[in-house]
Design a binder for this molecule. Sequence first.
Ligand code: AMP
Length: 141
Amino acid sequence: MADYDPGNIFAKILRGEIPSHRVYEDDAVIAFMDVMPQGKGHTLVVPKAQSRNLLDADTATLGPLFIGVQKLAQAVKKAFGADGVTILQFNEPASGQTVYHLHVHVIPRFEGVPLKPHSGQMEKPEVLAENAGKIRAALAG
Ligand code: AMP
């Protein structure tokens, strides 16, 4: 497996070098909108600690990461009135991983609505901004 590359796009987002529609941050994780959502409100939860994926992650990263995943899962369900939430996580190219900094997909689900393709179409920035606002509001209470 290749080494962690600090030039990956999520590392740049974590360092504030490129923009994102950020909805949440704590000591361990940030969460922001996926720009090619597989469903309305598709959010990514990203640990601040560096690892390529789950396979090389420090175990200390995992608890805080999944606390963040649960927080975002609850928030997106509330924000969009979803019927359920799908959690996805990919490791290495054979699995479909395309960005090599560990992250977890949190996707609101609606009865009868299939997931769109992974890394499919770019969403309009104004739609991402609106959805991010709804998630922030749900997190705020
Ligand atoms: P994967 O590595 O396969 O788990 O997927 C990476 C995800 O990151 C895909 O769902 C992409 O749509 C998403 N993505 C790629 N670049 C960005 C970006 N700059 N901001 C937000 N999401 C991104």
